[in-house]
Write a protein that binds this ligand. Structure first.
Ligand code: ADP
Ligand code: MG
Length: 243
């Protein structure tokens, strides 16, 4: 990993909310097939960067490209069609639709769009099987525990057959066994060739999954590199210890 062609490039990405600078000059590249972890203290800009890539936040300045094609400035829907899928920290499921219907809706968008109803059905079934939800296809989300609801979020993202998957604190609230289960699944997603950027506080998950880690602090990239070395960097340690 880390030696493939560049999939995503963020160049000098800056985001202000009124007078608040959430991101300042963030520049980074993600290579195809790589897993990049985004870490940093609360308020350091991790979710903002995810929202910039997915198009949910507009750009203040800078540029984001996917395989050389500019996606910054496009709508979330168009960016999803370019092959970027995401999950949310709090699962955003339609409570009046079954698990299958929730997943099917996402299979219709993203890269699976335009391949016809049969392809949508296949993508839906594959995503349910991959996430281990096939036998819960017909239940409503409210009948599921947090782990399964999060896995429906994964299934929805995967059903769109993304090139790039964005995960924002997807392990939050899971117990240790559930975290292990999710980490194993994220490894399987990577094995399938999908590139992943994930925001995570849990260091053991970062170490288990990430090829590289980017540390954000006050909206800037403080350090970027292999997880072991980067998390031992004195500047990073000092941010984590509140020094
Ligand atoms: P993180 O995910 O690293 O905890 P965020 O990206 O959520 O941090 O937030 C970075 C900064 O941007 C914070 O100061 C936060 O208050 C601000 N921010 C994020 N989203 C918004 C928004 N929609 N409106 C105003 N300020 C925001
Ligand atoms: Mg966040």
């Amino acid at each position: 990993a880390g030696s493939g062609p560049v999939l995503l490039k963020c160049e000098d990405v800056t985001k202000s909310f009124g007078g608040i600078r959430a991101l300042t000059g963030v520049t980074l590249e993600v290579r195809r097939g790589e897993i990049l972890a985004l870490v940093g203290p609360n308020g350091s800009g991790k979710s903002t960067l995810i929202n910039m890539i997915s198009g949910h936040y507009s750009m203040t300045s800078g540029k984001i490209t996917l395989e050389g094609v500019e996606i910054s400035g496009r709508s979330p829907h168009l960016i999803a069609q370019q092959g970027v899928a995401r999950t949310y920290q709090i699962p955003r499921l339609f409570d009046n639709l079954t698990v299958l219907e929730n997943v099917r809706l996402c299979a219709k968008f993203g890269s699976a769009d335009g391949r016809g109803a049969a392809a949508v059905d296949v993508a839906t079934e594959e995503a349910l099987a991959f996430t281990g939800l096939a036998d819960k296809a017909d239940v409503l989300p409210e009948a599921l525990n947090l782990h399964d609801r999060k896995f429906v979020e994964f299934a929805r993202a995967l059903a769109a057959k993304p090139r790039l998957l964005l995960l924002d604190e997807v392990l939050c609230g899971l117990n240790p066994a559930e975290v292990d289960h999710a980490v194993e699944m994220i490894k399987r997603i990577k094995s399938g060739g999908t590139t992943i950027i994930f925001v995570e506080h849990l260091m053991r998950a970062v170490v288990a999954l990430a090829d590289r880690v980017a540390v954000l602090d006050q909206g800037k990239v403080l350090a970027l590199g292999h997880p072991g070395e980067t998390m031992r960097d004195p500047a990073v340690v000092s941010v984590y210890l509140g020094g």
